[in-house]
Design a protein around this ligand. Structure first.
Ligand SMILES: Cc1cc2nc3c(=O)[nH]c(=O)nc-3n(C[C@H](O)[C@H](O)[C@H](O)COP(=O)(O)O)c2cc1C
Length: 172
């Protein structure tokens, strides 16, 4: 057995599109650092967002956000949402946006699965805000369901793996 240092060995992670209304308008960014905090009901999920991102302000303003799962068909759009900032670009224009029960968490009709979450807590890390959300509702296309459950083989998620980049200690 070889010690390789404090390396996060959990990659790959599914790339998601996180949505929030910022200044009254929907914005989306790509997020791979999503955590499952428990199982059961209520269910809590976390997202780790660098403090410089535009979306953080909107999550705090509305106390809600979404986590949408793009399929591989949305690779270009997901990449775009992961390199452009809503400070300068209307990224929501790429999508057909809809709202669910919470009314303030924008979701993407082109994503086969979207979850809306109520903000539960924020952990104030030095470089990142860790937003913890309580899952309020999940919306799924029938085409990605098997026996009523989301079937990842049908969804064909995009996977994100930065383990090679981490050798240079880069920080998202
Ligand atoms: C595949 C992918 C995954 C990403 N995951 C994260 C992440 O987990 N946390 C984060 O803070 N930024 C992540 N980013 C970077 C943000 O999506 C990116 O900086 C975005 O432009 C911020 O948008 P905003 O300023 O409109 O909020 C990721 C980018 C890509 C392409």
């Amino acid at each position: 057995m070889t010690s390789i240092g404090p390396v996060n060995a959990l990659y790959p992670m599914p790339a998601t599109l996180v949505g929030a209304n910022v200044n009254g308008k929907p914005n989306f960014l790509a997020v791979a650092h999503v955590g499952i905090l428990n199982h059961g009901t209520p269910q809590y999920l976390s997202i780790g967002l660098a403090k410089i991102h535009y979306t953080n302000k909107g999550i705090l303003e509305n106390k809600s956000f979404s986590i949408c799962l793009p399929s591989e068909d949305l690779m270009v759009e997901t990449d775009y949402c992961g390199i452009m900032t809503g400070k300068k670009t209307d990224k929501a224009a790429l999508f057909d946006v809809f709202y669910g029960d919470l009314k303030t968490a924008p979701m993407i009709r082109q994503c086969p699965v979207s979850m809306e979450l109520k903000l539960h807590d924020v952990l104030d890390f030095k470089t990142h805000d860790i937003f913890i959300g309580e899952l309020a509702e999940t919306y799924a296309d029938d085409g990605v369901l098997t026996d009523g459950a989301v079937d990842m083989a049908k969804l064909r998620p995009l996977l994100f793996d930065r383990s090679f980049r981490d050798r240079g200690n880069a920080c998202l």
